[in-house]
Design a protein around this ligand. Structure first.
Ligand SMILES: [Zn+2]
Length: 128
């Protein structure tokens, strides 16, 4: 049995498969329930560790610990991916139209170059 220092309260405890002591684990579990309820009730809110700890009146280190331990991965990702996908879509559309503009500009420049070259060539051949 290994003794571990709790990374939250620095208490030394007997490790049982985690890096937080049973007290902190319980506090985090309770906090997680609150966070989940909060996220469910406020699906539109843009949140991060700061706003969560503010809204829930929780210690920011506890919220951060939840994030670090992967508690909020699913909730965060669900919320973030919703945000991201609409943002990403916009960015993609913007990029696409930019690329189209670039592509048509490039192809026009190319056509210009080619016809210029052909003209030069044909001028030369005509002169011969
Ligand atoms: Zn602890």
């Amino acid at each position: 049995m290994a003794l571990v220092t709790c990374k939250l309260c620095r208490k030394v405890f007997t490790a049982a498969g985690g890096r937080t002591c049973p007290d902190c684990k319980k506090r985090l579990d309770d906090l997680y329930m609150k966070v989940r309820d909060f996220l469910r009730d406020n699906p539109k809110i843009e949140f991060n560790v700061d706003t969560l700890s503010d809204s829930l009146d929780a210690d920011i280190r506890d919220v951060q610990a939840l994030v670090d331990m992967g508690y909020l991965d699913r909730d965060f990702k669900a919320n973030l991916s919703g945000e991201e996908s609409s943002r990403q879509k916009l960015a993609l559309e913007l990029e696409k139209s930019l690329n189209e503009m670039k592509a048509s500009a490039a192809s026009q420049a190319q056509k210009g170059a080619v016809s210029y070259g052909q003209q030069l060539y044909s001028d030369k051949t005509r002169r011969r």
